[in-house]
Design a protein around this ligand. Structure first.
Ligand code: NAD
Ligand code: GLY
Length: 360
């Protein structure tokens, strides 16, 4: 078992990473939920796979837990599902000593974290991520949200979990496409902050795609360390944390264009967005072409898209980017590459470069 600590003063917490880590979730919750009661929020795909193991561990540790399912998929990051979760929390009469467990991917993690942030003005919650994307990214850092019809993640709060329990064995049941989409966030962390991790990914493609337990444990832990160090410096995204949005400016635009549907998963959209940001960095003379080629080659080897065959017109892109949270005074900001392992946030980019960069 590997432990990564996120140092945030009184909001500090530990990320436990390892095969069968879910078996320990009861002990973790018992330590943190004084009231010894919990709601376990999960989705309809994850429930039959991991709810039994989670509830057994909670019960064995003396934590009285109620399971609550939401439909699987991005559409569940909605006001309707939030309201259902809050109704359940209220009917269980949870108090501030009780808590929530988010058992699932980024969708379950984001909405459960948000429900925990607003219920009784804040109750504790534990992230138990079961997708690669959630283990390396969304479960760490305290960003919680639901979507709004005018934009993704428009309604949310910063609310740190009190612990993260990442069971790397759960990666084995992930559908292939979801696993590969998670690899996009792994490549993102390496590209923004860790050239050694980037080389490790290049050298270990086969073991990674086989989901080798040892290699995946190491990858999840290094990604959590990278994210933890960034969040420790800038919890509320006033500066440094913006680097985690590498690939997200155009990535969110293409994700919105696909209607947040299974046509394009979040990680796939970010892979297109990172490749486009790399090409823009190159066109603006900020990064050597060789580094951008390494980035797109690695994404390609992981089976991720790196361009759009038919990018939308400029007017559509402008409209999509206008509702992005990274847009300031009407002008979208980009995180651009300097080299593998180093990026620069907050850069304005001429709209004439956007469309061509997406096309590749
Ligand atoms: P997801 O939660 O929809 O999970 C993907 C699919 O895999 C779902 O169908 C789910 O039911 C299924 N699944 C989950 N675990 C499984 C397992 N172990 N075995 C089999 N199936 C499993 O999607 P995601 O990719 O995990 O997360 C995407 C969401 O995360 C988006 O809403 C995005 O905005 C959000 N996100 C948040 C942050 C943050 O910092 N809060 C960062 C990145 C992404
Ligand atoms: N996934 C971006 C962030 O947590 O800031």
């Amino acid at each position: 078992m590997k432990n990564v600590r996120v140092h945030l003063g009184e909001r500090s917490y530990t990320i436990r990473i390892g095969a069968d880590a879910l078996g320990d979730i009861g002990k973790v919750c018992q330590r943190h939920f004084r009231g010894a009661r919990a709601i376990v929020v999960t989705d309809t795909n994850v429930a039959p796979l991991y709810a039994g193991k989670t509830l057994a561990s909670l019960t064995a540790a003396g934590v009285q837990a109620s399971l609550f399912r939401i439909p699987a998929g991005e559409a569940s990051k909605s006001m309707r599902q939030l309201s259902r979760i809050l109704d359940k929390m209220a009917s269980l009469r949870l108090d501030r000593g009780c808590g929530a467990v988010a058992l699932g991917g980024g969708v379950v993690g984001d909405i459960t974290g948000f429900a925990a942030a607003v219920f009784l003005r804040g109750v504790p919650y534990v992230q138990a991520p079961t997708t690669l994307l959630a283990q390396v990214d969304s479960a760490v850092g305290g960003k919680t949200a639901i979507d709004h019809r005018l934009g993704k993640n428009l309604v949310g709060a910063f609310h740190q979990p009190i612990a993260v329990v990442s069971d790397t064995s759960s990666l084995k049941t992930l559908p292939e496409r979801e696993f590969r989409a998670g690899l996009a966030e792994v490549v993102k962390h390496a590209a923004i902050a860790d050239p050694r991790l980037f080389s490790f990914l290049e050298k270990n493609e086969a073991l990674i795609l086989e989901r080798d337990e040892g290699v995946m444990g190491r990858i999840v832990a290094s990604n959590c360390r990278i994210k933890a160090r960034v969040v420790e410096h800038d919890e509320r995204e006033a500066g440094l944390r913006q680097i985690l949005n590498f690939g997200h400016t155009l990535g969110h635009a293409v994700e919105a264009l696909a209607g947040y549907s299974s046509e394009l998963l979040h990680g796939e959209a970010i892979a297109v967005g990172m490749s486009a940001a790399g090409r823009i960095s190159c066109a603006m003379g900020r990064c050597a072409p060789g580094d951008v080629e390494r980035l797109t080659a690695l994404l390609d080897r992981f089976g991720l898209p790196t361009n759009m065959e038919e990018p939308p017109g400029l007017a559509v892109l402008k409209r999509l980017l206008a509702s992005d949270k990274k847009t300031r005074r009407g002008s979208p900001r980009f995180v651009l590459m300097r080299r593998i392992g180093e990026v620069e946030p907050g850069i304005e980019v001429s709209p004439r470069l956007w469309r061509g960069a997406l096309a590749g």
